[in-house]
Unconditional design. Structure first.
Length: 209
């Protein structure tokens, strides 16, 4: 089976398994998704979703975050890990949004990457979820599954993104990545993947296990 037929079959099965796939972070505004995504670095989405309701109730927008000190923000995000760096980056990001973009989250990759603490994964998530632009979000799950299934040989997330962009239909790339993440959490786990339960078994190269 050639690679294009293979990825089409993978996409069909993932769509069947996870028809309701969507971003697993809770948010009410583009800015809140931006903050949640930064908090989710080296942390589970479930933990972030426990932290953000109170956080966004008290500080709902970029202007409110920009007025905080790092010590003030650290109190609310401590349980997400690496909280000192996260607080620093989020506040600097908020200040730039207020000063340069009137508190509005940009809708293009170049401007998003200028923001403190924002890398390609976060930028792609914002572009895909908020602005409905074709995006390829490569987190640890998406990268791991792409390698195991033989869609890429790269370890670098940016290079994995490039490889998948060449294979995916832009119209479905956003959901494909969300579904990869869901499958990675449920079945194709980092340790002891449940290959005997996986309906993608025959399409998987089972590399880098």
């Amino acid at each position: 089976m050639d690679i294009m037929n293979k990825i089409n079959e993978i996409n069909k099965e993932l769509t069947f398994l996870y028809s309701e796939a969507e971003c697993s972070l809770d948010f009410g505004t583009p800015f809140q998704l931006l903050v949640s995504t930064q908090l989710a670095a080296q942390c589970t989405d479930a933990r972030v979703n426990q932290v953000t309701p109170k956080l966004f109730e008290l500080f709902p927008d970029a202007k409110a975050f920009a007025a905080l000190t790092t010590q003030e923000l650290e109190v609310y995000i401590r349980s997400t890990g690496f909280f000192r760096n996260k607080a620093k980056h989020i506040i600097e990001c908020s200040k730039m949004l207020v000063e340069k973009y009137d508190g509005i989250v940009p809708n293009n990759m170049e401007q998003l990457l200028e923001l403190q603490g924002v890398g390609r994964k976060t930028a792609n998530l914002i572009l895909g979820v908020i602005y409905r632009q074709p995006a390829v979000v490569i987190d640890t799950h998406a990268g791991r599954l792409s390698r195991r299934m033989g869609l890429t040989k790269n370890m670098n997330p940016d290079k994995v993104e490039d490889d998948l962009r060449k294979l995916l239909d832009p119209k479905t790339s956003n959901l494909f990545c969300h579904r990869l993440v869901m499958h990675g959490r449920a079945v194709c786990t980092a340790r002891k993947p449940k290959c005997n339960e996986c309906t993608l078994f025959d399409l998987c190269d089972r590399l880098y296990l």
